[in-house]
Design a binder for this molecule. Structure first.
Ligand code: NDP
Length: 337
């Protein structure tokens, strides 16, 4: 896919003040600071999407001080296309800033046909990181995650593959995603034995999904590992966009998305009540949703998605008000349970 001519002539000059606008948080007990808000490329960056818009969102992110971009082998659609588009944009706009970026990829879900393109075998993970590096045009990723637990592959094999990626210089750090506390603990012990820097657990966390509060955050704290919270806006439900119905082109209307209108409709009364609290705080609901997650000390970063630069700028303003009164927190608890 080509980037259009208009953008070819406009060389990207990043905002020289970008680091002033962002807060950076330490990831567990590691040396890494992550922006309080990071950008994920699960949606809006595939071949089905507009490459020019994707480029503008990435430029906007970096201008806001968002130094962390999160990818995975199968983001698109089609699979691999988000990494390929990222690679195209990276080459034009970000190559000179490689050392200012923290780039993630993952493997663990369905990627290619046959027995070696899914789950957690060493065979799959090692082949996958090589493919990802090629698609993105990178020599290494900053962090590589096992994307989900595999109940049938020994944890030693999966963690051993992550450890070898670090030894081979293909990843600087490793992480896991969607692991329950018990397996997280076991993974941490194995990686410690292998002297492998395990710094992040990527977990779904929002006001509508609080499972991490039930043991995961304490397990991470115990092991000096940070949490990066994905789908903080519950894929857009925790914004004001669905309050008056389902807008055209929103994620809930898209055939290939994992958000359906039932999920939106079944939460809408909660969303309206939360929106009222946000308005009282002079915040948008999306901003309050992000601030609410950042109140957890173990959370190093909130990993948002954005289909426009407007959304990303709006979400970035969450950092203007991160404080909650006891009363606000109680009200939120009462609404979301
Ligand atoms: P969010 O919950 O932030 O949802 C993002 C979507 O919400 C946007 O694409 C947009 O959708 C809508 N939105 C965002 N901001 C606004 C706003 N201000 N006003 C109105 N609508 C808004 O996160 P995602 O679900 O996209 O997940 C974020 C990232 O987390 C992913 O890109 C990926 O990197 C990671 N992830 C990891 C997973 C894992 O298993 N490890 C699983 C899922 C995600 P719209 O198209 O409707 O405009």
């Amino acid at each position: 896919m080509q980037i259009n001519d208009k953008s070819e002539v406009k060389e990207y000059v990043p905002n020289s003040q970008c680091y002033d606008a962002m807060t950076y948080k330490r990831t567990g007990k590691s040396g890494i600071l992550l922006p309080a808000i990071s950008l994920g490329l699960w949606h809006n960056f595939g071949f089905v999407d507009n490459l020019q818009n994707a480029r503008e969102v990435l430029r906007c992110a970096f201008d806001l001080g968002i130094t962390h971009f999160d990818l995975a082998n199968n983001y698109g659609p089609p699979y691999g296309s988000a990494e390929e588009n990222f690679g195209t944009i990276y080459k034009k706009d970000f190559k000179n800033y490689r050392d200012e970026l923290f780039i993630a990829s993952k493997a663990g879900y369905d990627m290619w046909p046959g027995p070696y393109g899914n789950f957690g075998s060493r065979k799959y993970l090692i082949a996958s990181i090589d493919q990802s590096l090629k698609r993105m045009g990178l020599d290494y990723v900053d962090i590589f995650y096992h994307h989900r637990p595999d109940p049938d592959t020994p944890l030693e094999e999966t963690m051993g593959a992550l450890a070898d990626m670090v030894r081979q210089g293909k990843a600087l750090y490793v992480g896991i995603s969607n692991y329950q506390p018990e397996d997280t603990q076991k993974a941490a012990e194995i990686l410690k034995r292998l002297n492998t820097p395990f710094i992040l657990h990527q977990a779904r966390y929002s006001m509508l999904d609080r499972w991490v509060e039930d043991g995961l955050l304490t397990t991470l704290e115990k092991n000096g590992v940070g949490c990066i919270a994905f789908s903080p806006l519950a894929q857009g439900i925790l914004t004001d966009k669905y309050i008056h119905g389902i807008p055209e082109h929103s994620r809930a209307t898209k055939a290939f998305s994992f958000l359906n209108t039932d999920a939106v409709n079944s939460n809408i009364e909660k969303v309206k009540a939360l929106n009222a609290i946000a308005m009282n705080r002079n915040q948008k609901l999306s901003q309050m949703a992000i601030a609410w997650i950042l109140r957890q000390p173990q959370v190093a970063s909130v990993l948002v998605g954005a289909s426009t630069t407007y959304q990303l700028r709006e979400n970035g303003k969450a950092l203007d008000n991160l404080n909650f009164t006891e009363e606000e927190l109680k009200l939120i608890d009462k609404i979301v349970g």
